[in-house]
Design a protein around this ligand. Structure first.
Ligand code: M6R
Length: 607
């Protein structure tokens, strides 16, 4: 949430910062700004709106210098206006800083500062930090930063520069990610690894309450008592081509189209000789056999993957599994005892709610398995064991390929536990593996129908309400389809377990509402047909996701999208693909910005 970049070196800071911001714009895009020390003087440029607005401003009023900070914002405190945009400065413009996170005690701090005569320019929580720096600065930049971060409650990743020290860039973190990149005669700060691709391969991940002091030729690290600390050097493996659109109009479409390859890649990495390999997970079979309860906690699309995962774990491994929304789990004093395992699912590995849930579990001494798309993320680092979902960088704000990678990772994990516990025979697991191996081709077949789905999108794009219905393994698919549509097209859409629909929500049906029904062949097919009949008799418009060859479904449907048959338990992977495409093309029809939908950010690092 929000993107931060910092630079010190010999290059023109503005160009390095702008490239970094471009790569981080998916983190937030309400406003953007940069602060550069130019000829010893602090210069700030910031603008409301997307990065393009800042670029335009910089063309009119260029700024150059060799040290600077930059920010792309997702507003928390204060509207997305130019005066609330970062960087923020103290009244004398001696300090400038950019911030990710929320300062929870900002109101008290602000009140005190106002009493002491400090004048505030914005409505942000961030601005207190820069005035505090000005107040506590006594010739030593690092000391002032240490003093100030110890006064803050809440979360922050900060990049700070000062006119008093034009040779020093400081970063500090608590709760929000911050990475230091090491170059030759230059060093970098970034909230997200993507900003550093092509700039350096050597990085250091700051932990909570750590401070990094960056000079051109030197890096030093401290904790919040001022003690010098040694950090482990890590190497970035992401290539620049993994974070471009590869000829597609949008990241979202690229990521949808990539899905067969992602599945093949997971199969290649996790299955050898028809056996599932998670042997790198340091949990021990003895412990895994003993686990009597699993709590999955996650947010948004990752929560939907968790809902599918529950079916898989209970079916294969026969372990009682609950699925919680992270932001709820954390605050309901959950009963956690005995051999309970938590699975924390998060694409980014940085979702604040999910991190808080993980920490709650750890405070109750249960083990946590992180299922993430970023092995260096906070969730990965704080979990007892990690499964990399192997989706590759996901840039589109609407999660697509990470969702199917999460489901497939959970599928394999459930089968793996089943083998350890002997709850499934070897031959049965092999059959499931074969079904999985068939998925990439099946998904390719659906992707080939994208033009047909685009036509359908044109037909329904003007509708203002959509309902999604699914049952059993596919009620989470309905939830995910509704989320995809609402987040990128701003159409009100809602999803129900189809059997529950008649208990109230069916009152919503009239001749204007499209109802998307997931009705692929499987165990609950007849029940699903009855639920569709109920909608049909109330004149709802019915769009079905059905199994190839199911001719009779046409009688019930206004439109049908056919998908290839697979086993019930893998059907959520197949069935979500047309819903992703439909959401994408409807959003395009409505002229929405699918990669950067309003009010959203890719990674939600505040609670
Ligand atoms: O990075 P995470 O998986 O923890 O993110 C969780 C949600 O914020 C995320 O899935 C969100 O719902 C997406 N925009 C959905 O497309």
């Amino acid at each position: 949430m929000c993107g931060i970049v910092g630079y010190i070196g010999n290059k023109s800071a503005d160009s390095v910062l702008l490239v970094g911001l471009e790569r981080l714009e998916y983190r937030g895009y309400d406003s953007a700004g940069i602060g550069i020390i130019e000829d010893g003087e602090m210069t700030i440029r910031k603008r409301e709106g997307k990065l393009k607005a800042l670029n335009d401003l910089l063309r009119e009023m260029p700024v150059s210098g060799n040290i600077g900070i930059a920010h792309t914002r997702w507003a928390t405190h204060g509207e997305p206006t130019t005066h609330n945009a970062h960087p923020h400065t103290d009244s004398q413009k001696k300090f400038a800083l950019v911030h990710n996170g929320i300062i929870e005690n900002y109101a008290e701090l602000k009140e005190e500062l106002i009493k002491e005569g400090y004048i505030f320019q914005s409505e942000t929580d961030t601005e207190v930090i820069v005035h505090l720096l000005s107040k506590h600065y006594k010739d030593n930049f690092e000391q002032a930063v240490i003093k100030v971060i110890n006064l803050l409650e809440g979360s922050f990743a900060l990049a700070i520069i000062s006119e008093y020290h034009p040779d020093t860039l400081i970063g500090a973190r608590r709760g929000s990610p911050l990475i230091v990149g090491k170059g030759k005669g230059e060093n970098f700060l970034a909230s997200d690894i993507h900003a550093l691709v092509n700039l350096t391969k050597t990085v250091y991940y700051l932990e909570d309450n750590e401070i990094a002091v960056l000079k051109r030729e030197r890096l030093s690290f401290f904790n919040n008592t001022g003690k010098s600390i040694k950090k482990e050097e890590k190497h970035i493996t992401i290539e620049a081509k993994a974070i471009d659109k590869a000829g597609h109009e949008h990241f979202m479409l690229k990521e949808i189209m990539e899905q067969p390859r992602i599945i093949s890649n997971i199969i290649e990495k996790r299955i050898r000789d028809n056996k599932i390999h998670f042997s790198h997970i340091p949990m021990g079979n003895e412990y895994l056999v003993r686990v009597g309860r699993i709590i999955i906690q996650a947010a948004g699309t990752s929560w939907h993957a968790g809902l599918v995962g529950k079916f898989m774990i209970e079916e294969f491994a026969r372990v009682h599994t609950e699925v919680d929304i992270s932001s709820e789990f954390r605050y309901r004093n959950p009963v956690i005892e005995g051999d309970t395992l938590m699975i924390a699912i998060s694409q980014s590995g940085e979702t604040a709610d999910t991190i808080a849930g993980l920490r709650e579990a750890k405070s109750k001494f249960i083990k946590v398995l992180g299922l993430v798309n970023n092995k260096e993320s906070t969730i990965a680092r704080e979990s007892d064991a990690v499964i990399d979902i192997l989706a590759g960088p996901e840039i589109g704000v609407a999660s697509t390929k990470a969702y199917i990678a999460q489901i497939i990772s959970l599928f394999l994990w459930a089968l793996y536990i089943a083998r350890i516990k002997w709850s499934l025979k070897k031959e049965t697991v092999e059959q499931y593996i074969q079904e999985l191996k068939d998925l990439p081709d099946k998904i390719e077949q659906i992707l080939k129908q994208k033009d047909k789905i685009e036509k359908l999108a044109k037909k329904y794009a003007a509708k203002n309400n959509f309902i999604f219905l699914g049952r059993s393994y596919n009620y989470p698919t309905a939830f995910e389809g509704a989320l995809k549509l609402k987040e990128i097209s701003y159409i009100h859409s809602t999803a129900y377990q189809a059997g529950e629909f008649k208990h109230g929500p069916i009152a919503l049906i009239d001749a204007t509402v499209p109802v998307i029904c997931i009705v692929t062949k499987g165990e609950i097919y007849p029940k699903m047909l009855s639920n569709i009949q109920e909608v049909k008799s109330r004149k709802g418009i019915i769009i079905t996701i059905a199994t190839e060859g199911d001719e009779s479904i046409k009688k019930l449907s206004d439109d049908v999208i056919y998908v290839p048959q697979t086993i019930d338990i893998l059907s959520p992977v197949v069935n979500v693909i047309p819903l992703q495409l439909l959401a994408y093309y409807i959003a395009i029809q409505r002229g929405a910005d699918v990669d950067q939908p309003r009010n959203l950010a890719k990674s939600v690092t505040v609670e």
